[in-house]
Structure formats: structure tokens, C-alpha cells
Write a protein that binds this ligand. Sequence first.
Ligand code: ZN
Length: 419
Amino acid sequence: MILDKKKYDLPKGELERYYGLPADVNFCSKCVMSNQRPASAIEFKHTIDSKKTTMAFDSEGVCDSCRNGEHKDRIDWTKREEELLQLLDKYRRTDGGYDCLVPGSGGKDSAYQAHVLKYKYGMNPLTCTWPPILYTEYGYKNWKNWVDSGFDNIAWNRNGKVMKLLTKLSIENLFHPFQTFILGQKNLAPKLAAKFDIPLIFYGENEAEYGNPIADNTTSLRDKSYFSYKNLDDIYLGGISVAELKEKHGLGYADISSFLPPTEDEIKGKNIEVHYLGYYLKWTPQEVYYYAVENTVFKARPFRTQGTYSKYNSIDDKIDDLHYYTTHIKFGIGRATYDASQEIRNKHITREEGVALVNKFDGEFPDKYFNEIMEYLDINPDYFREELSNRFRSPHLWGINNDKDWKLRHTVMKLGLDD
Ligand SMILES: [Zn+2]
């Protein structure tokens, strides 16, 4: 069922653009990413200012991530490792106390981070986990094997009832199943670091790869308002304000505090530095994968992930697959586009191969866990597929083919409705 067909049947110049996305769809000439990609994984409200927050393409049509990738080849990694050693020497503790915090799920990246910090550089990391909403069996095993390979871990099992409601609201209001999940995940590490007096937080790859605007190598919690808040009213969860959450859903501060950044009081007087290990060590996803397999018994998903061709990225939550389905609806960018772009940058596949993979897998409906997720969230599966997912298709990206099927107007293979 297609609602509001007229909207999608207008001349190009009159087609509505949702989320402030750029009017013209372009694809990077090096990878397969499009210029419709939001720069931040977290959308607080349901608008994106395209000037600030979609990924930039330069005059030669190359995306930011590819330019960063080229830059990586010119980096003196020996010198960067020396910088790391200096940093670690400054904070390394020998009295048994934790000297760094590694947030992660036990996926390949966090497994690698924690393992090199402890066993190669002699640090004493505490690991912390914001667990998936719906663990996959192999995701849970990876987490367990990670901890069993030699780490203390705090798994923050937030209020399940609230997580469920916020996820449902995030889907209904933003079509972004992980919006509140990501917020909680991001905010957990600084709060724990403050609580346990841990001076260093290590994330993995520099987030510029995924387009986070706070991608400088180091940030101090005290300098970044991003990590703390003064006014609770400025915060939106699942597309609605904290005040509305209280009024309509009866959620008070105690219910949502797990999702919020630390308060200024919580981090007062604490000197916590945030670093990306990917700044200091050359980060190649496939090598990181092999390292994790060898050292923390990491196992890839036993079957291909729907919507893409890979088996080892983001596999611990059953909702992951659905999340990438929503990015395909909203931005025309599915999971194969993300995976292939990264592998092209790392020279594991050619652009031509990437284009073929995107053409084959992007936007594939993730039905494997779909009914289970809908049941868990109490959302009618037909409502999701027939109504909700169509409501979020921007007319400048999607058209109607033969009066009945949705089709992207532009694809990287130039097979779109308007190509
Ligand atoms: Zn690119």
C-alpha cells in the first residue's frame, strides 16, 4: 500500500526533501557512499541540517571518509605508536587500579582494543558493555569469550521496560531503532570513568570513519558540553522531549538517567581524556578481525547478514539488521553500501566489486529476526512494513515504479528510476 502517491509523482524541482538532505544525489567516485549520508549516527530531533551534518564531498566528488583514508596511508605509524606509549606511560598504574576504560560489546574492535592495551602495552583496562537490546546467540558468546580472555567487565543492564519503550518510540517517531540505544551507549563510558576515577577512555577507530563530528583525536570531558548537560529540557529521546516523556509515558528522571550524559556534578574535578586507538594504531578491519579470532575467540556470524554480504560487523543485536534497513529507507543507504565503502577504502575490494555488491544486497528486507523484534516491541509487523516504513521515504529519493513498487530514483549502479 502506498499512501500519498501524488507526493512522489511531481517534477524533480518540486519533490519534497525530508531531513534536510541534499537535493542532488551523488555517489563518491572512489567508494560507493552517497552524499545523503548523515554525518552523525545520532539524530536528536528528526531534522538534519545538510550543511553541517551530511557528509561532505570535495570538488572532485570524493567523500570525506575516502580522503581520510588516503591520509592514513601517509601517516608515520611508528611515530604515532610512540605518542601512544608516552600517553600510556603517563597513566599506567601498577597498584591494581584501572588505568583505562574500554567500552565495547566484545565484537572484533573492542576485543582488539582491550587485548592490545593489556597484553601488548601493559595497561589495566576495565571493559564496559552496554548490552544489545536483543542479543544474538553468537553475539552473547563473543561477549563472554572476550571477558573470559582476561578482562574485568561491567555490563550495564539498564531498565528493560524503558529500553523497550524508547526503542519503540525511536522507530515510530524517527525510524531509527537505535537512537536512544546509541545515546545510552555513548554516555555510559564517561559516567563509569568518573565513578571509578579512570583517567582514560579508549574508543576504537577514529569516528570520522563513521562520520561523527566530535572526531578529534582527543577530547577532554571538561571541554566538551557534548558529554554533559545543564538543561534537561534540551534533551530529546526517541524524538520527544524529556518533559513529554514524563507527561505522556510517566517516565521520570530515575527511569531515563541511564540514557543521559553525566551531569556537570558527576564529572566535576575529574580529568578524563577520551582517545581513539585508531589514531595511534593503523586500523584495518580485516586484520582487527583476525586478531580478535586468534586472541579472544571471536567468531563471525555463522551465516551471511541480511542486507549485506559480510559476516563480522555489528552482529550482536538482532535489531542491527533492521537498523540498516531503516537507513536504506531514509537515506537510500543500506548496509552493503556501508560495508563495501569501507572495504574499498581498505583496498580489500575494488569499486566495481563494491557497486555489484550494493546492487545485489542493499535494502534486502531483514526478515530473519523481524517478527521476533516486532513482537518484543509490540509493533504490528504489517504496520511497520506497509505504513511506517513508507512514511519515512523522502520523495526526492524514492519514486513509484509501474504505479505499485518503490524504487530509488538514483543508485550507484545507475539503475534508479530517474537515472
Ligand atoms: Zn568515498
